[in-house]
Design a protein. Structure first.
Length: 69
């Protein structure tokens, strides 16, 4: 993943890929180009980004939203 200014980069062991969070918007993209909203990122932070691969794949395929309620 090419690192650009204005993004914070990290590795997600649970998915086996890198991710980038925009420092201004809070939006996250994974290495496979899956987009997570600021609200989803806040939830993922609360679970230490331990996202099951199956949830990530479903989100990627259906462009869905993770609901935490």
């Amino acid at each position: 993943m090419i690192q650009k200014p204005g993004w914070t980069y990290s590795y997600l062991p649970s998915l086996g890929q890198n991710m980038a969070i925009n420092d201004t918007t809070g939006v996250m993209y994974t290495e496979d180009k899956t987009k997570y909203t600021k609200e989803e990122v806040q939830f993922l932070e609360s679970i230490n980004f331990e996202l099951p691969v199956s949830v990530h794949i479903i989100k990627k395929i259906f462009s869905g939203t993770i609901i935490t309620e």
